[in-house]
Ligand binder design. Structure first.
Ligand SMILES: Cc1ncc(COP(=O)(O)O)c(C=O)c1O
Length: 384
């Protein structure tokens, strides 16, 4: 079997699964709740995992690392809490035409509640952001920019550092959706100077159900909690509640403390190989795949042609063969690719298509697997 659906989720290394099994069998206890030995051990693992994430993102402090269920929850948290604190009717969020639904619908929910406006930065036909007139998208009602680092459909790597600089010149904070960047190249939140950054554990060799919201301390201090419950409070009475310090203010209820251990081991695994090494390998593999795929008559590849702007995701269409037929027949040949709108329906409308086939790579994929994909596509073509 050739697994080329890594942008949806990655396979898990032994270290990750074993660390989680070990925690369930040998440590399991609720965190932050008990003076007893096991609870302290579980808490050490949980807080140790937070520090591993801090180092991975190069955040200043663990106070800036909030565990969530994933990118979706992280974005919803910011839309909801930042929106409540800083946005009124008519205020604007700036997103792009290539966003995943999680970075569209979260803001639409806020729109329905508070009457905010969603403005959308356009893209070229090659799937790159049009930034020439980005200044015209800022005005006194612009309160936040929320953009994806890498498109999960086009593979476009967006110049987020530049966008953050421009937004900051207008006094506007930026949330970066890092679901598709963290697994593939180095992310340094201090260097980017982003105000918020979201990613999912399961896309970077970690378990499902765990993700991260990085937030600059000054912003996390200023926005209200997302959910109420245990852990996020300091004192509670029927009249009034005071909230816990960062990051616990945003971590109501029992967290997934076993998944956080799994995520930490996944990040250790990535770091032990070297994220720069992974980036170089995947770039070479993606370039090879694009070259080989372009040999196929009728092949259309979406997204930037320049490999330096194109991450390890290739969306394609072959002649008139429907993407669903292509994906189903490739599956019969043992090749797993994604088909459909990839949770980016507005982008599909912009491109004038219903969907694509998408092959997405991880560090364990090989040239032989790319060859198998190309042979598979050619076989499907023959069938048609
Ligand atoms: C760019 C992007 N943002 C957000 C998400 C949502 O991630 P999750 O489902 O892990 O919350 C995805 C998932 O595919 C994604 O590719």
């Amino acid at each position: 079997m050739v697994y080329l659906d890594n942008a949806a989720t990655t396979q898990k290394p032994h270290q990750v699964v074993e660390a989680m099994t070990d925690e369930y069998f040998n440590v399991n206890a609720n965190v932050h709740r008990g003076v007893h030995f096991l609870s302290q051990q579980a808490t050490d693992l949980y807080e140790g995992a937070r520090d591993t994430v801090r180092r991975f993102l190069n955040a200043r402090s663990t106070r800036e690392i909030v565990f969530t269920r994933g990118t979706t929850e992280s974005i919803n948290l910011v839309a909801s809490c930042f929106g409540q604190a800083f946005m009124k009717e008519g205020d604007e969020v700036l997103i792009t035409e290539m966003e995943h639904h999680s970075n569209i619908v979260s803001w639409q929910l806020l729109q329905a509640r508070q009457g905010i406006k969603i403005r959308v930065l356009p893209i070229t036909d090659d799937g790159e952001l049009i930034l020439d007139n980005i200044e015209t998208f800022f005005n006194e009602r612009t309160k936040i920019v929320s953009i994806t680092h890498v498109s999960n459909v086009l593979g476009t790597v967006n110049p987020v550092k530049k966008i953050i600089r421009i937004a900051h010149e207008h006094g506007v904070p930026v949330l970066v959706d890092g679901a598709q960047s963290t697994p593939h190249f180095r992310v340094d939140v201090q260097d980017l100077d982003c105000d918020f950054f979201a990613f999912s554990g399961h896309k970077i060799y970690g378990p499902t159900g765990i993700g991260v919201l990085y937030g600059k301390e000054e912003w996390l201090e200023r926005i209200p909690p997302y959910m109420g419950g245990g852990e996020m409070i300091k004192t509670v009475s029927f009249e009034q509640t005071t909230f816990n310090d960062l990051p616990y203010k945003f971590e109501a209820g029992t967290p997934d403390y076993v998944a956080s251990t799994g995520l930490a081991r996944a990040l250790d695994y990535v770091s032990s190989i070297g994220i720069d090494c992974i980036e170089a390998y995947e770039k070479e593999l993606t370039e090879y795949a694009m070259q080989r795929m372009m040999e196929i008559p009728g092949m259309k590849i979406y997204g930037p042609k320049d490999i330096d702007k194109h991450d390890a995701v290739i969306s394609f269409q072959v002649g008139a063969i429907h993407h669903l037929d292509m994906g189903t027949l490739l599956d019969r040949l043992g090749i797993a690719v994604r088909t459909g709108h990839h949770c980016a329906e507005p982008l599909m409308h912009r491109l004038g298509i219903e969907g694509t086939c998408r092959a997405s790579f991880a560090l364990y994929n090989t040239r032989e697997e790319v060859d198998a994909l190309v042979a598979g596509i050619q076989r499907v073509q023959q069938m048609f």
